[in-house]
Design a protein around this ligand. Structure first.
Ligand code: GAP
Length: 500
């Protein structure tokens, strides 16, 4: 059954996943809140991400840092000068929009990376007018997307809300390198908020003004980029790629890791991480391979700090292939910039290679809110037969792993036993208790928030010490001895983790 984005948004709100922030005041464009189920889903995604990427190397660590950063940090990173979007304004009314988005919509032409002058020329050539009042449009200007904040009394000190989490590990690099025994590659992972004054926030949490990123910055010796010992083990792995050269046909081409290195001169260190990322989507998040692709950006599209840049894209029901993250080879752009502006030396002496250099950075960047949206989108299933929505979350992502229901509410011994079982399970698993409505309605409610297993305590439970476990996917029910319940659920949880 097809569902519109508006129906999805209303369902996500009704079930406590996500909804507009400050809604009692009419909402604030680009800001969203997570309810209880959404928060649990988001935390579960973050935990999976951490468990997977931090374990790629013993020298990878997590840090947590301030969201507001020194103005000079963004001079050094280039964001003050380059983190800009083109803007179009009407000469009469207050219409304004992101110029490249506006032109793409009007002319169905991709103009990413075009200069303001090129965009203005296109508007004039095609005589594009204000969609609201049909007046003349002003020449395209640019707007910096960072949010400034004024600190202290009188707001004398200017700082910025960080537009990406990445700059925090960069300004922390030197200290962390010393603390972590001066070894490369060094990975600094950070899950935190980023802030961008997006001109046209839209599509729920896909384009927000405040959002969460999960980013891993890997500092490494650039002399070793082409020869990475772990590459051998993944060289035959097939990647779902859409390279710049594939664009005319717009088809995804399977290429082995080795083909990307030999045929396209991508470094082994870079391609190894493309493999690990694809494995994360397909083996851990369970995205069907046909819905995942690694999309290579051309020189005009790449972020200003990147030498190599692939977007990590997943096909969404309504929006098609959508960027979830990116693998960015940022060279020494950031550390060199911070060295220049802060006068702190970022150069290190690497004992292993007996050489001095500024480490280069490979960035694995993921937008958490986009992933949460993607997981909601991919899990959603309006099941006509059951007559309710089923969220097919995997057990490790589901907000609740199990639920406990007393069959009826008017039998105190039965309710007491159900409460006891719930209290016990809740110490081991994410579990909730639901004593109200018919049992069918409670199963439906559990399906709608994607609970994999529901445990019903009924009259037999009092007699025989058994409970019923119902499987969300099959609706099959089986009787289990109460004494074996926790260990059976543990086995089910572990086996779903193994299937990953
Ligand atoms: N540190 C690199 C960096 O920030 P980016 O491509 O600008 O790169 C990384 O952002 C990811 O953050 C994106 O792939 C996307 O998932 C997420 N993201 C970026 N802007 C966003 C926005 N306005 N709303 C929600 N997520 C966003």
């Amino acid at each position: 059954m097809t569902v519109t984005p508006e129906q999805l948004a209303s369902f996500f709100k009704k079930k406590g996943f996500i909804y507009p922030s400050s809604e009692i005041y009419g909402g604030l464009a680009g800001f969203y809140d997570y309810g209880h189920t959404g928060t649990l889903l988001k935390k579960n995604f973050e935990n999976l991400w951490k468990n997977y990427f931090l374990k790629l190397n013993d020298n990878f660590f997590e840090i947590e840092t301030a969201n507001i950063m020194h103005e000079k940090a963004f001079k050094a990173s280039g964001h003050l000068d380059n983190f800009i979007d083109p803007v179009i304004n009407c000469s009469k009314c207050d219409f304004s929009d992101r110029a490249d988005h506006f032109i793409r919509q009007e002319l169905e032409q991709n103009v990413e990376g075009f200069s303001p002058e090129q965009l203005t020329a296109l508007i004039q050539k095609h005589n594009l007018q204000c969609p609201t009042c049909k007046s003349h449009l002003k020449p395209v200007t640019v707007m910096n997307m960072m949010f400034p904040v004024n600190l202290g009394i009188g707001g004398k000190h200017k700082a910025y809300l960080r537009p990406e989490t990445a700059q925090s590990p960069y300004v922390n690099f030197k200290l962390q390198y010393e603390l972590q025994r001066k070894k490369l590659p060094l990975g600094l992972a950070l899950i935190g908020r980023a802030y961008r004054n997006e001109i046209s926030p839209r599509n729920l949490t896909l384009r927000q003004r405040e959002f969460t990123q999960a980013e891993l910055q890997i500092f490494f010796n650039p002399q070793k980029i082409n020869l990475f010992p772990l590459f051998e083990a993944v060289k035959d792995y097939k990647l779902q790629t859409l390279l710049v050269e594939d664009r005319p046909l717009h088809t995804v081409v399977e290429r082995t890791a080795e083909q990307l290195v030999e045929g396209y001169h991508l470094p082994q260190f870079y391609v190894y991480h493309l493999v690990k990322i694809q494995q994360f989507y397909i083996d851990v998040l369970k995205i069907p391979p046909s819905k995942f692709r690694l999309y290579q950006l051309n020189d005009l599209e790449k972020a200003f700090y990147n030498k190599y840049h692939f977007d990590l894209e997943v096909e969404l029901t309504e929006f098609g292939f959508t960027e979830m993250g990116g693998l960015h080879y940022r060279t020494d752009h950031d550390l060199r910039g911070h060295q220049e502006i802060s006068k702190e030396k970022m150069e290190i002496f690497d004992e292993e290679s007996n050489s001095k250099f500024i480490p280069h950075v490979l960035e694995l960047s993921f937008g958490v809110d986009r992933h949460v949206y993607m997981l909601l989108d991919q899990s959603y299933d309006d099941d006509a037969q059951r007559g309710n929505v089923i969220m097919h979350f995997s057990p490790s992502l589901a907000p609740f792993f199990c639920a406990v229901f007393p069959l009826v509410r008017n039998k105190p011994e039965l309710v007491a036993l159900a409460e006891e079982i719930y209290a016990d399970l809740n110490t081991h698993f994410s579990c909730f208790y639901d004593p109200t409505s018919s049992i069918g309605r409670r199963y439906a409610r559990a399906d709608e928030i994607g609970v994999p297993y529901c445990i019903t305590v009924d009259f037999d439970s009092l007699e025989n010490d058994t409970v019923t476990i119902r499987d969300r996917e099959t609706t099959q029910q089986r009787l289990v001895k109460r004494s074996e319940l926790a260990s059976m659920l543990s086995t089910l949880y572990r086996s779903s983790a193994r299937q990953r």
